[in-house]
Design a binder for this molecule. Structure first.
Ligand code: AHM
Ligand code: MG
Length: 333
């Protein structure tokens, strides 16, 4: 039984210039995820007794879990001192860690601390997504926006925690994708899925079909393609959509499948955020042998222009994503 901590230290040798900072940083993420996991496990009880979202005796409204997760991850990263700044889906602007240690460290973290948080109310899986880059500004100075607006190909590491029927942490540092399952009685993540490989094709498509009428023509055609009866090709595919990106991606990673959050008539760039959701998931997907694009272009080559930028997202088994791209190209409006 290899723990996450042991595994990260062992793999540190893959990086010739590694000095232990990334190892320590991943340790901070591991710690924060355990704290958030503990709180998520109590969410149902909190709802039952009406404590969530209502005023406490001091007249304060209890923090929502997504803000709670944001605070926990931020505090853990700042305390560890290996990060000079974070950008989060829950914050308007990036945050600079200007302590002596913070300002002299070389990594920035971008995160969605609690993705799919509306699912908590109904006891459905949620996740944390993180993405790590080396700063481009000079060490010893406060971080700048340019440290965060880097294309996904510059990611040093990325991963997610899925708070599901079991809690897993899955990450990549560019040498494959590795998954760890938390033993709840010990609070320890053990290596359970080393070098995860996603199937080249699958029979599962994940998309919010309620938006069908607002989808681009290429996506409508692809959905019909998925539904056609073609036994040789395993079609019709199965439709599975949880509404938690981490959970939908995790299933497709293991079983094969495609996840699409396309542009819609109302939202030309879709819903998902390039920096906090699409880039880290794209990195994991590619590292497992999958593919991630915006329907036309590789996600990780997009040059971001703003922190909360959104992007259409097509991700999963390579053959399936290529089929969807073909239909996007052939049906441009
Ligand atoms: P969030 O970051 O506000 O939770 O939103 C992101 C989530 C993803 O997990 C999921 O894929 C998507 O929103 C679902 O959106 P929709 O309900 O429009 O299908
Ligand atoms: Mg999100």
């Amino acid at each position: 039984m290899i723990t996450l901590g042991e595994y990260i230290i062992e793999k540190q040798h893959d990086f010739p210039e590694a000095s232990g900072e990334l190892t320590s940083l991943l340790g901070a993420i591991r710690l924060a995820s355990k704290i958030v996991n503990r709180e998520i496990n109590k969410a149902g009880i909190a709802d039952i007794i009406g404590a969530t979202g209502v005023e406490n005796i001091q007249g304060e409204t209890q923090q929502k879990l997504d803000l709670y997760a944001n605070d926990v991850f931020k505090a853990a990263l700042e305390a560890r001192g290996e990060v000079c700044g974070v950008a989060s889906e829950e914050e308007d602007d990036f945050v600079s860690f200007d302590s002596d240690r913070g300002i002299n460290s070389k990594y920035v973290v971008l995160m969605d601390p609690l993705d799919g948080s509306t699912n908590i109310d109904v006891n459905v899986s949620v996740g944390t997504i993180f993405s790590i880059y080396k700063r481009v500004s000079e060490v010893g100075t406060p971080v700048t926006i340019d440290d965060f607006l880097q294309p996904g190909i510059k990611q040093v590491a990325a991963g997610y925690v899925i708070y599901g029927s079991s809690t897993m942490l899955v990450y990549t540092t560019g040498n494959g994708v590795h998954g760890f399952t938390c033993d709840p009685s010990l609070g320890v993540f053990y290596l359970s899925h080393e070098n995860m490989q996603t199937p080249k094709t699958g029979n599962c498509y994940s998309i919010n079909e309620g938006n069908y009428l607002k989808f681009p023509l290429g996506v409508k055609k692809y959905i019909k393609f998925c539904q056609e009866i073609e036994p040789e090709d395993n079609r019709p595919y199965t439709s599975r959509y949880i509404g938690s990106l981490v959970a939908d991606f995790h299933r497709n990673l293991l079983k094969g499948g495609i996840f699409i959050y396309p542009s819609t008539a109302q939202a030309p760039n879709g819903k998902l955020r390039l920096l906090y959701e699409s880039n880290p998931i794209a990195f994991l997907s590619e590292q497992s042998g999958g593919r991630a694009t915006d329907g036309f272009q590789r996600i990780m080559e997009i040059n971001p222009t703003e922190l909360h930028q959104r992007v259409p997202f097509f991700c999963g088994s390579t053959e399936m994503v290529k089929d969807a791209e073909q239909m996007m190209r052939d049906n441009q409006e």
